[in-house]
Design a protein. Structure first.
Length: 247
């Protein structure tokens, strides 16, 4: 990935943090974005201390103008965009009855609309550069159900469908679009649900490998999909779930 320029959304923590660090280790210039300026700056310092460099940009992905400013800032700084990782997302629990209108709207604005707008913003730059790699973060719930996850599951199903459509639309421009579908990964999003010991054991039992994922388990796959080693892979979905979906 030497000389490549990558944007990673939600790069201040969790899976985004791990992907940004892995890209930098492989020689990429990385732009991370999110809402938490403190976390973004800490991640940027960590990566820049030892690796290729990292630019932190505070962005509200629910605001289209901020998305276009993010891409413009990236191009102004690094002259191009070769890789986009649409990792940022929200998970608001709820059923069809309990989910509020605003929960549904926030979920789809962050998990579906923002990735679409980011792809639209980077496409001209990738096309001008002769190609690129876009990685959308889906979920095991892109195709599976789970209790109390109606908005999240619907949004991640949309991400998978969107990935396939985008891959077809932009293959002729050598712009590859793929989807990573993680299972339960030990991140701040998961920690926020404060599972008690019984609930944790139940969920662990759903994973044949006997553990939840770590952000680094996802980062290695992202490196592969972003690299030229995956030059003939597009429209694909990759499960990283410790066997959860195999049961």
């Amino acid at each position: 990935m030497e000389g490549k320029v990558a944007i990673v959304t939600g790069g201040g923590s969790g899976i985004g943090h791990a992907i940004a660090a892995a890209f930098a280790r492989e020689g990429a210039q990385v732009v991370i974005c999110g809402r938490d300026r403190q976390k973004l700056d800490a991640t940027a310092r960590e990566i820049a201390n030892d690796e290729a460099g990292c630019l932190a940009v505070s962005v509200d992905l629910c605001q289209p103008i901020e998305i276009y400013n993010l891409v413009a800032t990236t191009v102004e700084r690094f002259k191009c965009v070769d890789i986009l990782v649409n990792n940022a997302g929200v998970l608001i629990p709820g059923t069809a009855e309990s989910a509020r209108d605003e929960d549904w709207e926030q979920t789809f604005s962050t998990n579906v609309r923002a990735p679409w707008l980011l792809v639209r913003a980077v496409l001209p730059h990738m096309r001008a550069a002769g190609g690129g790699s876009i990685i959308n973060m889906g979920s095991v719930l892109s195709t599976l159900g789970a209790p109390n996850r109606v908005a999240y599951a619907a949004s991640k199903g949309a991400v998978l469908a969107m990935t396939r459509a985008m891959a077809i639309d932009h293959a002729a421009d050598k712009i590859r679009v793929n989807c990573i579908r993680p299972g339960i990964v030990e991140t701040e999003m998961v920690a926020a649900f404060n599972m008690d010991e019984a609930a944790r054991k139940r969920r662990l039992a759903m994973h044949p490998m006997g553990r939840f994922g770590q952000p680094e388990d996802v980062a290695g796959l992202a490196v592969f999909l972003a690299s030229d080693e995956a030059a003939w892979i597009t429209g694909a979905e990759y499960l990283v779930d410790g066997g959860y979906s195999a049961i």
